[in-house]
Each structure stands twice: as C-alpha cells, then as structure tokens.
Design a binder for this molecule. Sequence first.
Ligand code: COA
Ligand code: ZN
Length: 302
Amino acid sequence: MAEFLKICEVGPRDGLQNEAAAVATADKQKLLDALLAAGLKYIELTSFVSAKAVPQMADAEQMMPYARSAYPEAHFNALIINEKGYERALQAGAQGVGVVVVVSETLSQRNSRMSVAESLAACKAIVTRARNDGVFARVYLAVAWVCPFEGPTPPEKVLACADAVWEMGVDELALADTIGHAQPLEVGRLVEACGKRYDMSKLAVHLHDTQALGLANAAAAISAGVRIVDASVGGLGGCPFAPGSLGNLATEDVVFMAHKMGFATGVAMNRLWEAVRCAEPLVGRRVGGRIREWWEKNAGKS
Ligand code: COA
Ligand code: ZN
C-alpha cells in the first residue's frame, strides 16, 4: 500500500488572509465545499486574530461552525497567536489550533507584538490548555529559514525554539518558510536536524512559492523524511506582516508531485481543479499552480 503524505490545505486561511477585497463568507464556504469534494480533509480554516489586524478573517465565528457541521469527518484547525484567540477558537468548535511563534525578533514584534521569548511563553500556555482540553496543537515556527527584516535565520536559533516547542508536547511542529526565500539544501538540512531530535511523523513544512522553489523545497523536505506538507489551492496566499511573502505552494502542484512519487494523498486531481476555478472569482484573477498549464493541455491523460 502506498505511503500516505498528509496535505494540510491552508487556502481558506493563509490563502485568503492577504486579499485586500473582502471575500464573502458564503463564497469561502463554497470554496471549502470544493476542497472537501476533492478529498482534502485537513484544513486550516481561518484565524481567530484581531479583525483590525486581519479583516479578511473577521468571519471566523461563522466559518468554523459551518465547517464542523457540514464535514464532521474532516479536521479543522484555526490559526491563533494569543489566548484570546484560543478561547474564541474553542468556543466556535475548532478541533485544533495552530499557534504561531516567529523565530526572528523583528517580525515577532510586528506580527504579534511580543518578543520571541514572550511568544514561546504564550505558546506554552496555549499548548498546555489545548492538551488539557483535548484540542490538537500545532505550532508554527515562522521564518524558519529567512526573515524579511533580519535575513537568513541561523539554524541554531530555529532548533532552540523547536526544542522548547517540542517539550510542550505538541501534536505537530511546522517549519515555515513564511516569505518563500528558502532553498532546498537548507530545507533538507533543517528537516534532517529536526528529524534526529523529534518524531519525524509530527513534523510539517509550510512553504511559499515566491521564488519558484516551493516544490523543490517540498521535495527536499519529503526526501529528508517529512510526511506532512502544507499547501494552498491555486497557490493563493501571503502574509500581510511579512513583506515579500507571495503565494503558498499550490496544492495541485504538491499533490501531483506526491502521486508521481508514489504517495497516496486521498486527493483527486480531477476534482481539485474545481476548487481552483472556484477560488478565481473570489480573488479576481487567474490562479493555479505550475502544473495547471500542462494538466489542461493534456487533460490529465497521464
Ligand atoms: N481576537 C480578536 N481580537 C483580538 C485578539 C484576538 N485573538 N487579540 C487581540 N485582539 C484585539 C484586542 O481586543 C484589542 O482590541 P481593541 O483595540 O478594540 O481594544 C486589540 O486587538 C489590541 O489588543 P492587544 O491585546 O493590546 O494586542 P496587541 O496590540 O499587543 O497585539 C495583535 C495585537 C497581535 C493581537 C493583533 O495585531 C493581531 O491579532 N494580529 C494578527 C497577526 C496575524 O494574524 N498574522 C498572520 C499570521 S502569522
Ligand atoms: Zn504561510
């Protein structure tokens, strides 16, 4: 039986959070329906953060109950950065939370108005609560390779944060290339170093395709043993607080590559295009990963 590669779809959150024009809640729900129909069932649905900071996610309280009641068999995570967000997520019925710890001081201040140490302490308090509440706890280490303000992130800095996070007893630890400036050899090295210290099956990578290296970075992470990869339908995405952050690694690209490598993902490529087409009017432009052109010309014949 083919080995399973878990695709965590972050389009509804990371994909849409940076869009300037408000996307209607009903349209987000249609996109979600298309994603689920394609077989994606690990979804980062929304974020419970300040609506002033990220207006696009102001409907988190509507999205989570919709998703939970429409798709009881799927798993929905919500991104949070503080305990207020945790409480809102729990109240709305989230099964899991993704807590962000930014590894560089400058971006940590800009994104969450906390130092790295404060952010780790806040994260620990949230993870402790999540474990007591039976809530799935993922922690993101943002700018794990490159920070838009501080440049390359020293691996020992990432590993020190990762050690602290691992000790909290997290369910998943996601190394994030927040602005998409990492390169495959460094991605492989950091994943390997983490795999030696922690349980590789709980390690995820969150990649952006800013410099067209998203897929190469994913391949490097998979070669080094990672089996959880974040992706966003159509390659939507970006972070409003990290200048230069462009689209996420496209779900269709990583699913196509995973199948070609012999992994099972549970995702049907044919159905994925419906989700890509559903995303387009929401953002008012053509979207789609690098595989789209080939796929459309060849109609998925291979
Ligand atoms: N949900 C809703 N509102 C929240 C909130 C949350 N989780 N956390 C803080 N707020 C609100 C507060 O109620 C307060 O509102 P007010 O101005 O109407 O009183 C305001 O945000 C500031 O709160 P404060 O506790 O003083 O926070 P801060 O100014 O130290 O930090 C952040 C503000 C960081 C909470 C806010 O900028 C934020 O939520 N950023 C989101 C970052 C993000 O999503 N990044 C993208 C993904 S990494
Ligand atoms: Zn991201």
